[in-house]
Design a protein around this ligand. Structure first.
Ligand code: C2E
Ligand code: MG
Ligand code: MG
Ligand code: MG
Length: 281
């Protein structure tokens, strides 16, 4: 009897594992099709300065799946990284972002917006990454300093010399850098001072409970103090309430991003938001 149950359990687990593998395989297959057919879209989330003026935007990718609808990057970016599909996807993101910056420059939508794009470690480590970015900036004839690349601390765990060299090469042509999800990864003051960083982005996990958790307040205060010493701007992500904004402002945070101002939205809506918002200009 027990043996029989064991056998069934075994089969049950095998079936579960098989299901997981099947889902992954079909998702990978669909992601390849998505790359071939360019089933992606960029959403834009506004970034504000301390006086609630528009400062910039972050481009966030969405997979427009023919049956599933919008697929979040949290679902497919890890798979894209594992399979190497992040390389063509990442290149598409940079191309699309540069094209968008050009449109804004032509339309004089507002004073020039800085557009931030997320770059994954694998993408950044391509030997021709500097050329890719430089070529996109040149072909679209945009000011390089309107493009800001968001990197994560994972890039500083290994090959730190290569990371610094790549960042310097891009910084020399005017590209800006933001360190995303700051405080969640591996940080060392030693390299922070060596990097050509324009901005540190306080991770939303510290912002979420800032009104109720004194530890989070202390961490945020320390991050901002450190950034000021290193002369790096600080932006907080995941700002959802005015109370959070006020607390961050009081600690010296200069830039803000989050649902308090807007969710990430499609380009038409984003441009309408910028045009309509008298409080924004
Ligand atoms: P991230 O770069 O840290 O982006 C912030 C995430 O927080 C976004 O999720 C954004 O929609 C969400 N968010 C913004 N404001 C708020 C808020 O007030 N409250 C809450 N709860 N969430 C907020 P999203 O768009 O799902 O992106 C998730 C992650 O996927 C990004 O985290 C980034 O790591 C990655 N990602 C997105 N687009 C790209 C891309 O083009 N390339 C790469 N390599 N990664 C990307
Ligand atoms: Mg980001
Ligand atoms: Mg982040
Ligand atoms: Mg994140």
């Amino acid at each position: 009897q027990a043996k029989k149950a064991g056998g069934n359990t075994m089969r049950f687990f095998n079936q579960k594992m098989q299901d997981i593998i099947n889902v992954r395989t079909s998702l990978e297959h669909e992601l390849r099709i998505a790359v071939a057919k360019s089933q992606f879209n960029l959403y834009y989330q506004i970034q504000m300065d301390s006086s609630n003026r528009v400062w910039g935007a972050e481009a966030l990718i969405r997979w427009v799946h023919p049956e599933r609808g919008l697929v979040s990057p949290a679902t497919f970016i890890p798979l894209a990284e594992e399979t190497g599909l992040i390389l063509p996807i990442g290149q598409w993101v940079i191309e699309t972002a540069c094209a968008q910056i050009k449109i804004w420059q032509k339309e004089s939508l507002t004073r020039d917006l800085t557009l931030s794009v997320n770059v994954s470690a694998k993408q950044f480590r391509q030997t021709d990454f500097v050329d890719q970015v430089q070529s996109a900036v040149r072909r679209h004839a945009i000011s390089a300093n309107l493009l800001k690349l968001e990197l994560t601390e994972s890039l500083f765990q290994e090959d730190i010399k290569v990371t610094i060299a790549t960042m310097n090469a891009l910084n020399n042509i005017g590209i800006q850098f933001s360190l995303d999800d700051f405080g969640t990864g591996y940080s060392s003051l030693q390299y922070l001072k060596q990097l050509p960083l324009d901005q540190i982005k306080i991770d939303q996990s510290f912002v979420r409970d800032i009104a109720i958790d004194s530890n989070d307040r202390a961490i945020v205060k320390a991050i901002i103090a450190m950034a000021h010493i290193l002369k790096i701007d600080v932006i907080a992500e995941g700002v959802e309430t005015e109370e959070q904004r006020q607390l961050l402002l009081g600690k010296g945070c200069s830039f803000f991003q989050g649902y308090l101002f807007s969710k990430p939205i499609p380009i038409e809506q984003f441009e309408a938001l910028i045009r309509s918002g008298s409080e924004f200009n």
